[in-house]
Ligand binder design. Structure first.
Ligand code: PLP
Length: 537
């Protein structure tokens, strides 16, 4: 072997066996995040934003490095170009998105998970992780459906069943739920071998219908559009039903849409109720939707990706009443279960429902095996369920209850602050822990109340620009962060741009919330925004 090749081989051998010295860059990062991860993030993420184009320059070469290199050289690069320019999602002033701080134990357990490198697709590469994941799904099933204790033993570790499917997030969970619903609607029957074998066109012909549809409110998450696309339903047949003043699905409109579909010989495949809309955190009337789904004989899915953990709270769980009647429920673990990114679940009321999407392969997923991969959309999957199991075991029901209660209380406090401030307008009152608002000075609020529709639209157009710049400048300053979206607000007869705040970080204080508004009042004095406000007149 030539010397050069031998050197490469030796480097590779080292990479697989010898850990970094504690005084190397990686070693010191490792030490720092083990010691005090909050301090590490605070000290190493640079708050002030650089233009993305500038950052892209560090990631512009398409050449794969030819030779192995020293780990510490690479880690220097990571520290400077990646860590420094990442987003401090754990900061208590970061109240704009659904990503927040993590309990400290998640980090060492995530490292343990990586070290073990289990693959949950099959028992042969995961052993105890398979029953552990099945237990996690049962715990969530119990949280939602509250079946008696003796319901679970026959199903939990049963090779013929699964109480749900663990996956990488809410999107895959929603797709899986509708996949099951679709395959159950077109189940094998007589000569017909089912949609999984024969495809959609033959399935529609078999049933004598011209299409299938999914109905959800205007506030439905965009993942449902992907599901409609992938499952052959078609995005045109994802029916977005109007909402009422409380951002909840309008039941009369829902009934009307169902009737219209039936007139066109299109069959409702599923109604989707939302427990915690992504933009405003509202909950649909789940009980009434369950009634309608039963009447139509269609699948009832609840997208509780965000709001599901509200069920931990004795005080607030009533908001989700009716969820226990859903055929399937999505819950994201990387949101309000405080698990690192990449963990979601869909739970099925009927533990045999997943047989509709069962698939087998000769070398794994054999018939009768307990392999979780036989009814998941994803193939190889990490042992993320460990982190959910850890959260549920360590934080416990009462711990999560406190987190939920605190978040809802803080959202109400923030809403009060906004209400009392003359220059802000609350655009959606928090039902859970999400609210929207905008900067709208008292005098302008007065003008809007008296304006005719044309004048109203002109003013709102200018306020939209104010809102957009305000949110951008605040993000760039890097002290605090809220997100923005566009919502149709009925009193304005159209869509307006609003700021959105998600209150899920237990370290966010009332003082921080007050400082978010103070900073916004400062920012609007900047010339560019001031000029827009002047134009309102
Ligand atoms: C976040 C969210 C999703 C999508 O989940 P991902 O984990 O981002 O894939 C779906 N529905 C709702 C209501 C959500 O809040």
């Amino acid at each position: 072997m030539p010397n050069k090749a031998r050197a490469t081989l030796e480097t590779l051998y080292r990479i697989f066996t010898v850990p970094e010295a504690p005084d190397s860059t990686l070693g010191s990062i490792d030490h720092a995040i083990t010691d005090d991860v909050a301090g590490f993030l605070r000290n190493h993420i640079v708050a002030v934003e650089r233009p993305l184009e500038e950052i892209e320059a560090s990631f512009s070469s398409c050449a794969i490095p030819e030779e192995p290199t020293y780990v510490s050289d690479y880690t220097e690069f990571v520290k400077e170009n990646l860590v420094a320019q990442s987003v401090h999602t754990a900061a208590p002033g970061f109240v704009g998105h659904m990503t927040s701080a993590l309990p400290y134990f998640m980090l060492p357990l995530a490292r343990l998970m990586t070290a073990l490198n289990q693959n949950l697709v099959k028992v042969e590469t995961s052993k105890a992780f398979t029953p552990m994941e099945r237990q996690v799904l049962a715990m969530l099933h119990h949280l939602i459906y509250r079946c008696p204790d003796d319901f679970y033993p026959p199903w939990m570790h049963n090779s013929q069943a699964a109480l749900g499917a663990f996956c990488s997030g809410g999107t895959i969970a929603n797709i899986t739920a509708l996949w099951v619903a679709r395959n159950r609607l077109f189940a094998p029957e007589g000569e017909f071998r089912g949609i999984a074998q024969e495809g959609l066109a033959r399935s529609l012909r078999h049933r004598g219908i011209d299409g299938i549809a999914v109905l959800v409110s205007e506030r439905g998450h965009y993942s449902l559009g992907k599901a409609a696309d992938l499952l052959g339903i078609g995005r045109d047949h994802l029916i977005r039903v109007p909402i009422n003043e409380q951002n909840r699905i309008d039941l009369q409109a829902l009934r009307n849409e169902c009737r219209r579909l039936q007139d066109r010989n299109i069959r409702p495949l599923a109604l989707v109720g939302i427990a915690g809309t992504t933009e405003t955190g509202n909950v649909d009337p789940l009980g009434a939707m369950a009634d309608l789904a039963a009447e139509l004989g269609c699948h009832f899915h609840v997208d509780a990706a965000w709001g599901g953990p509200t069920l931990f709270s004795d005080r607030h769980r009533h908001l989700l009443a009716g969820i226990e009647r859903a055929d399937s429920v999505t819950i994201d673990a990387h949101k309000q279960l405080y698990v690192p990114m990449g963990a979601g679940m869909v739970v099925f009321k009927d533990p045999t429902a997943v047989s509709a999407i069962e698939h087998h392969a000769a070398y794994i997923l054999r018939h009768g095996s307990k392999d979780l991969g036989s009814h998941t959309l994803e193939g190889s999957r990490p042992g993320k369920a460990l982190l959910v199991h850890a959260g549920l075991s360590i934080i416990g029901r009462k711990g999560y209850e406190l987190l939920i209660d605190l978040g809802i209380e803080r959202a109400r406090t923030f809403a009060d602050l906004i209400d009392r401030h003359p220059d802000f307008e609350l655009t959606s009152r928090p039902e859970l822990n999400i609210l929207t608002y905008r900067y709208c000075p008292a005098a302008v609020q007065q003008r809007l109340a008296e304006a005719d529709p044309d004048e109203r639209d002109r003013i709102n157009g200018l306020l939209d620009q104010v809102c957009q710049l305000l949110q951008k400048y605040q993000r760039e300053a890097g002290k605090t962060f809220v997100s923005r979206t566009r919502l149709r607000i009925s009193r304005y007869g159209g869509e307006i741009t609003v700021l959105r705040s998600v209150l899920a970080n237990p370290l966010t204080t009332d003082e921080i919330l007050a400082s978010v508004l103070e900073e916004q009042c400062e920012i609007v004095r900047q010339p560019e925004i001031h000029a827009l406000l002047e134009q309102i007149g």
